[in-house]
Design a binder for this molecule. Sequence first.
Ligand SMILES: [Mg+2]
Length: 218
Amino acid sequence: MNLNKKVVILLDRDGTINKDKNYYLGSADNWKQQLEFLPGVVEGLRLLNQILNFHVFIVTNQSGVSLDIFPNFTEERMHEVNEYIIQELTKQGVRIDFYFACPFVDNAYVEKSKLKGRTLNHKYIINNHPDLKPNTGMADKALAYLNLKKEDCSLFMVGDRYFDMVFAKNIDAFGILVESHKTRELGDTERIKQMGFYVAKDFLDAVKKIQEKVNNQN
Ligand SMILES: [Mg+2]
């Protein structure tokens, strides 16, 4: 591995780390009980932190905050959920450097919501907000947190959706898709393969791919 380069791994959250059952984690008052890590996640994250000692961040779009149907899902709650997830992982021997979360939504999301009869809090409608994946704001924040430039890093992005992989492309990261039921529902996998990114069997397989790529940089 090129020792001058830091390995920085960005992780999507819902559907990648924890189960995504369309419940907008944080919208219900029993959200702590709803949190369930996906198979291979704790094991994989331990490998990253303990063996390779990389930097790891969560980068998550949290559109649920904008929806009027979830009055209790405030920005404060959004932060509480992310902090809790990191705490729970820490208890299991995982280290996550930090998280970045985006409560803003774009016009396309507004249109989609209208079709479902959902209204939104206008405060969170900011078209093309820099933090909204696939825009690069949350990656920029992670690098600023580490006080690193992109050229000094090997960047990886692990996610379950097409836009996570577009985000990977936008930040010049190597993208790894971990399929969730949503990926399959949306038929995203073929498009992602065509981008030259890796489709992992599960989270642990994604981590092994990262290890392999880093070792090949030796
Ligand atoms: Mg996801």
